[in-house]
Each structure stands twice: as structure tokens, then as C-alpha cells.
Design a protein around this ligand. Structure first.
Ligand code: COA
Length: 205
């Protein structure tokens, strides 16, 4: 189907592009370098994460994109395109009601520099402008203050709690649900433009 173009998207500092099979080494290195922090909140991020796990993820990601189930992006700095900085994904929860979700992670040695906020602001453009979503949510484990800050900076509203929704390291965690509606996104267009930054389109090698 391919509802969404596979061309790279850009923000002020980053390129967001679909995964390729040869990204497995870069993805493995980034996850392994961040495994303590990722393991705290993300069920897939076990401490022995291997190149096989990365290759499986990339295979599923390419298939999901082809089947229009989810759109995963590898995040690469414009000035260092071989370095894997993190992932961001957009997917529909309900196509009929135009509701979608965004998920992300950033490698630990790049955190607290506004990366997640910038790439998530760019992903909101994909959700609202390209996929024509009406509502976008983030689900954030209760206690994950860094991710809650990202949601706050992006203007999301904290809507409620899903009790014991995921199991991480053998423990059930509650999720808070954060929502943003299309008209709120349009009303704050300047905020998102500023967060995405000045975009210089770069031709990919
Ligand atoms: C959560 C995560 C994506 C944030 O990425 P990031 O690039 O550091 O995010 P940003 O720099 O855009 O913003 C982070 C904000 O959280 C703040 N922050 C970071 N750690 C914090 C903590 N322990 N307590 C309070 N605030 C914290 C930062 O200061 C910053 O806020 P500020 O701009 O007001 O100073 C990253 O830490 C990560 O990948 N964590 C592990 C996986 C994960 O939690 N993914 C999200 C699942 S919902």
C-alpha cells in the first residue's frame, strides 16, 4: 500500500528516514550503549540486545511500512549520518477515527539536548500533515519524567492513566496517556516550527 512516502524527512539537526537492512550495526551499537536507560522503560530493550535483535527489528520495520501498519524512522544527525541517534515511530491506532500514536527513544549520550522534542515535533508534522490524523497520543510509563517533559514541551495534555499496561523487567507499569488534537497543533504552529528548527534539505548519499 505505502500510504506514506519513504523519502527522508528533515529537522534542523536531524534526518529521519526508514530503516535499511545495513542499519543493523549502528542500531545495535546505539541500543547497547543505552541499554541501562532503555531497559528501565521499554519492554524490548533487554540487557543482552544483539545484532540479531536489531536485524529482526529492521526486518519487521520494513514489512510494517510496506503493510502500512507503522512507520519507523532511524534518526541520524545531518553532520554525522552514520551515527544512530535514536528511533521515532508513527502509527495509526484507528484509521476510521484518525487516531495515531508516536513512540521514541534517544541514545543516552545524546539525551538532554532537545533531541526527542525536535524529532517528535517533526513526527507531528508527519502525523497531522501527511497522515491527516485528528488526534495523536503518547503513552508514557508513570515515573518517566524525561519523556513527560517531552510531552509537556510539545503541548500534549495529560489525559489519564492506563493501569498496569506494560510489563518491564517483570514488573507491571502504569501508563499515562497524553493527547494532542489537530486543531491544537494548528493553533500552535509557531511552537512546532521553532521546535523542529530551520530545515536545510540535504540530498541523501
Ligand atoms: C525520554 C527520552 C526520549 C528523552 O530524550 P531527550 O532527547 O533527552 O529529550 P529532550 O532533551 O528533548 O527533553 C528531555 C527533558 O527531560 C528533562 N529530564 C531528563 N531527565 C529528567 C529527570 N530524571 N527528571 C526530570 N526531568 C528530566 C530534561 O531536562 C529535558 O527537559 P528541559 O528541556 O525542560 O530541560 C530519552 O531519555 C530516552 O530515550 N529514554 C529511554 C527510553 C524512553 O523512555 N523512551 C520514551 C518512552 S515513552
Amino acid at each position: 500500500m505505502d500510504d506514506l512516502s519513504t523519502t527522508p524527512r528533515f529537522s534542523g539537526r536531524f534526518m529521519l528516514r526508514p530503516f535499511r537492512r545495513r542499519d543493523a550495526d549502528g542500531l545495535t551499537e546505539a541500543v547497547r550503549a543505552s541499554r541501562q536507560e532503555l531497559n528501565e522503560w521499554l519492554p524490548w530493550a533487554h540487557l543482552n540486545y544483539s545484532k540479531g535483535d536489531a536485524a529482526n527489528y529492521i526486518r519487521d520495520s520494513i514489512k510494517s511500512w510496506r503493510e502500512d501498519r507503522a512507520y519507523d524512522f532511524a534518526v541520524r544527525p545531518l553532520d554525522d549520518p552514520d551515527r544512530h541517534v535514536g528511533n521515532i515511530s508513527v502509527w495509526f491506532i484507528s484509521r476510521s477515527f484518525k487516531t495515531g500514536e508516536i513512540g521514541y527513544w534517544v541514545r543516552t549520550d545524546e539525551t538532554a539536548r532537545g533531541v526527542a522534542t525536535e524529532i517528535a515535533a517533526r513526527a507531528l508534522g508527519i502525523a497531522f500533515d501527511e497522515l491527516k490524523m485528528h488526534r495523536v497520543i503518547l503513552r508514557i510509563a508513570v515515573g518517566n519524567r524525561a519523556s513527560e517533559r517531552v510531552a509537556e514541551k510539545l503541548g500534549f495534555f495529560r489525559e489519564g492513566i492506563l493501569r498496569e499496561e506494560i510489563k518491564v523487567r517483570g514488573k507491571w507499569l502504569d501508563h499515562s496517556v497524553w493527547g494532542l488534537l489537530e486543531h491544537e497543533y494548528r493553533k500552535n504552529a509557531n511552537l512546532y516550527r521553532d521546535l523542529v528548527g530551520v530545515v536545510d534539505e540535504v540530498v541523501e548519499q
